[in-house]
Design a protein around this ligand. Sequence first.
Ligand code: ARG
Length: 462
Amino acid sequence: MSDKPWGGRFDAPTNAFVEAFNASTHVDARMYAEDIAGSRAHARMLTQQNILNAQDLNLILSGLDEIEVEIEAGNFEFSIALEDVHMNIEKRLTDKIGDAGKRLHTARSRNDQVATDTRLYLRKRTDAMVARMCGLQSVLLSLAETHADTIMPGFTHLQTAQPVTFGHHLLAYVEMFERDAARFDDARKRMNQCPLGAAALAGTTFDIDRHFTAQALGFDAPTANSLDSVSDRDFIMELLAAASICSVHLSRFSEELIVWMSAQFSFVELPDAFCTGSSIMPQKKNPDMPELVRGKSGRIIGGLVSILVTMKSLPLAYNKDMQEDKEAIFDAYDNLEGCLRVFTDMLPDMTVHKEAMHQAASSGFSTATDLADALVRAGVPFRDAHEIVGKSVAYCIRESIELHQMPSDACDDIDARLSVDMVQALSVEACVAARNHLGGTAPEQVRLQCAAWRQRLEEKNA
Ligand code: ARG
């Protein structure tokens, strides 16, 4: 009655819509290489344990090789009637080699199989993601080296706060992407255990060697509890959390680029190859890439929420709900990798308008804190100094001048302790140069940090 590998106890065929609705091939076919690798390791283990004979093993291995070639050449048709990548490959193998193919599923279930395939696939993708992050860090680092002395306004509340160096600002993102990469690496370590052998949920009656398969597939160890092995999706949650945080960093950076590229800021201009125009307004050059990257964070965070909610109330062990796990993380990975790639390719060709940055840094009373510090050095208590500078700023606003342009009689009028030398000494260059300590914005510190990062990234790439 049924052509399904599990059809024995069924009398009626699957409803046609259910067949399509139930299928996951459109999502999991991309794990074919991992599924085949898992089957090879499993078959070898069964043979070593005398559960499978050498002749069957050879048929299985050569059959799997052929199937891998067929899939890679685009000559393999995934059938939704066979539900998922696992049963598609197994069925094809059985069509090719007969009974030996039917023996492959001994001591195995799709439950431990899918858990294994997903870990293997995400391990590979995670390594690629971390490499991409490292590539973006290198690009940011090169820019930071070029702009160790470039002065821009630093903001709090998006209001001019104090001058900073552009190199310092860029290195803030290098720090963020380092933590992001570390989060992925950390999740990868926890994920790298082999569920194979847990079978459906309780283990198997066969005398299997779980260390063999774990080692053959490059896992650090087999998982220790069969129920946990097939029901754990923590690794997907962790990786999606890491992806979400990274996407938030990219989104914040995007927002800055978008603001900086506006006519009102004009700090940077993104290359034509990464912008688009308007179909009606001929003057427009829109920062589509940072906008899109900012937008991508929405769906990536959506993926995290989706896996958390999917898993929230699931009893042990495997439940079909869990088939929904892969779409969220594959989508998040594809999109995050795209974001990292776009930024890595776009930033080296960004034009930096240093004069506009300098001019913006020099206005808005960005040196006010330094004037207060100068008063404190002359013995004025900080709260008094704050008050004196506040009055000076109010005076300058009324007169439409900057602090360093205050005449000496105005200084005297505001407070006897305020001298014209103090205001004349104010410059954005002096402001940044003075913040010359670990973590400070001084060009000298930026160069030190750049040198340290250069070495770290070279060590990582080595
Ligand atoms: N396609 C399934 C998934 O992605 C594979 C595991 C199915 N197991 C089962 N007992 N129905 O989760």
